[in-house]
Design a protein around this ligand. Structure first.
Ligand SMILES: NC(=O)c1ccc[n+]([C@@H]2O[C@H](COP(=O)([O-])OP(=O)(O)OC[C@H]3O[C@@H](n4cnc5c(N)ncnc54)[C@H](OP(=O)(O)O)[C@@H]3O)[C@@H](O)[C@H]2O)c1
Length: 489
């Protein structure tokens, strides 16, 4: 494929003049493009995407960097029905149904691709890939009905397409949208995980990550409510609690921890918040113990941290019947969290959740079966080199780091053999806590099971009925998501 390729508008599809009568008559329903042009690929199209077909007045040329010029007033809206990549040599007669009359077999296709895209015979050889794009036509009335409130916010700069998440679509031209709102533009894996799963299961919906540029959450919630395409979606760190006042209903999973990571639009258009972070975390732990033919029930757990994530995890852990101690730098936060959990579960047979300051971790760790870090110690940023086991003082000077590592090593010596050390912090490499635990032969778990399982739980809440009617399980969803994100299951 040539290096020089124009970055054309993904919402447009260009047709030469000679083909326009076929477009006007609605006869042409398939086009071929050289190479791989699926959702997220450069100049790719997505299933369900709405695109404007335009007539080319003056042809362009990728290799000269000249874009086409379109004829005024010659346009039709089409919806992409499927986007399939095949080897040219594997194309069958059926693949050409709906294509223009002069592209009806491999020979004529190779000729046309070579001519239009200035490609050599080798570049359109039998082993080269071609993308088959099939579409339907919209009529004018359908088009006018689609005034789109979320597009309006993009235009106003309140929202922006996130550029870091891999394969994040750069268009909202879809019939159904699952939109994840992010406070910062970072390489979130939600779009790739969800879109791969949609594609694999044949569910018509598209996941798009948008960054909140203007913190006008009331306005954003209103647009989500009124935009017919929005069916729900994720809330990233920073918005999980900030968005709460603008939601119409809260599931108990979100109400108990005062944070929501997934919103589902209700039949009446209202927005309902759920929280699957804790469920996802506990699902990962359950799986770990099932593989060891053990149970989570009754395990002694030391949870480090009392922030948003610790809240979500702690409620679910307590519900799973563990004996929980929460340690935090700010003791009052650990105390409040323990009190809220104890209040929720009431005076039953179970042991109440306890709390302690960071300085007492050393006394408790020896009896803990599971130690979990849910603080930001060890996360990318100023605390990246600190172990979560000991206090972390900034700046990250050699002296402060050495003191943190000295205390952490002393605490680690108290940990019992066979204990599991978990760090929910997501990093490409081990956090200092996990690295030190591995070094002394302890079992460890990183943040991947949690991020994967919270996604699977959220997907199941949003698409539960569709999964049921397709006869698909959460396990299958997990498998598609894990593969898409590059996680080994
Ligand atoms: N794997 C996943 O799927 C997943 C999901 C969500 C979050 N996470 C990760 O979980 C981590 C926590 O997120 P969050 O939303 O809970 O953050 P948060 O609400 O800001 O809470 C931060 C926690 O870290 C503690 N902390 C911060 N600096 C400290 C220091 N110098 N010494 C001791 N404790 C310190 C805080 O203690 P104080 O209360 O004293 O301030 C608090 O307990 C993040 O790294 C996030 O990326 C992972």
């Amino acid at each position: 494929m040539k290096d020089c390729r124009l970055d054309l508008d993904p919402n447009e599809m260009a047709f030469r003049k000679m083909y326009w009568p076929l477009v006007e008559a609605g006869i042409l329903t398939k086009v071929f493009r050289p190479g791989k042009r699926q959702c997220g690929d450069f100049r790719g199209y997505c299933k369900g995407q709405r695109v404007t077909a335009r007539r080319i007045e003056r042809i362009g040329a990728d290799w000269f960097g000249v874009p086409p010029i379109f004829s005024e007033g010659c346009e039709r809206d089409v919806e992409i029905v499927s986007v399939v990549v095949k080897r040219i040599g594997d194309l069958s007669k059926a693949d050409f149904v709906g294509s223009s009359p002069d592209v009806r077999d491999v020979k004529s296709l190779r000729y046309h691709l070579g001519m239009i895209y200035n490609l050599s015979p080798e570049e359109v050889g039998r082993n080269s890939n071609v993308t088959i794009i099939t579409f339907n036509y919209f009529n004018e009335e359908t088009r006018m009905e689609n005034k789109l409130p979320i597009d309006q916010l993009l235009e106003e700069g309140v929202l922006q397409f996130a550029s870091h998440p891999p394969h994040n679509p750069k268009t909202l031209s879809f019939r159904r949208l699952a939109i994840t709102l992010l406070e910062d533009d970072y390489p979130a894996k939600t779009p790739i995980m969800w879109n791969t799963t949609y594609e694999a299961l044949g569910i018509e919906c598209t996941s798009v990550a948008l960054v909140v540029k203007e913190h006008d959450l009331a306005k954003i919630a209103e647009a989500l409510r009124s935009d017919q395409r929005y069916i729900g979606g994720g809330l990233g760190v920073g918005l999980k609690d900030d968005m709460l006042p603008f939601l119409d209903h809260l599931d108990q999973s979100a109400a108990s921890v005062n944070a929501s990571n997934i919103v589902i639009k209700q039949q009446d258009g209202g927005l309902k918040g759920y929280n699957t972070d804790g469920m996802g975390f506990v699902a990962g732990l359950n799986r770990h113990y099932a593989e060891r033919s053990e149970s989570l029930l009754g395990k002694n757990v030391l949870l480090l941290g009392s922030g948003g994530t610790a809240n979500a995890i702690a409620f679910k852990l307590a519900g799973a019947g563990v004996k929980l101690v929460i340690a935090n730098r700010t003791l009052s936060k650990a105390e409040n969290l323990a009190a809220s959990i104890n209040e929720l579960y009431g005076a039953s047979e179970r042991e109440p959740v306890r709390f302690c300051p960071e300085a007492e971790i050393i006394d408790i760790i020896g009896t803990s079966d599971i130690v979990i870090n849910s603080t930001t110690k060890g996360a990318v940023g100023p605390y990246s080199c600190y172990s979560a086991l000991a206090p972390a003082v900034l700046p990250a000077s050699a002296e402060n780091l050495a003191e943190n590592h000295r205390q952490a090593a002393e605490i680690l010596r108290q940990i019992k053999q066979g204990a599991l050390v978990v760090d929910v912090v997501l990093r490409n490499e081990d956090t200092p806590l996990l690295a030190s635990a591995k070094a002394i032969g302890l079992q460890t778990m990183n943040g991947i099971p949690m991020v994967l399982n919270q996604g699977v739980e959220a997907f199941s809440i949003m698409h539960g009925n569709e999964l049921l009617s397709l006869g698909k399980t959460k396990k299958e969803v997990a498998s598609f998501m894990a593969k898409a994100a590059g996680f080994s299951e």
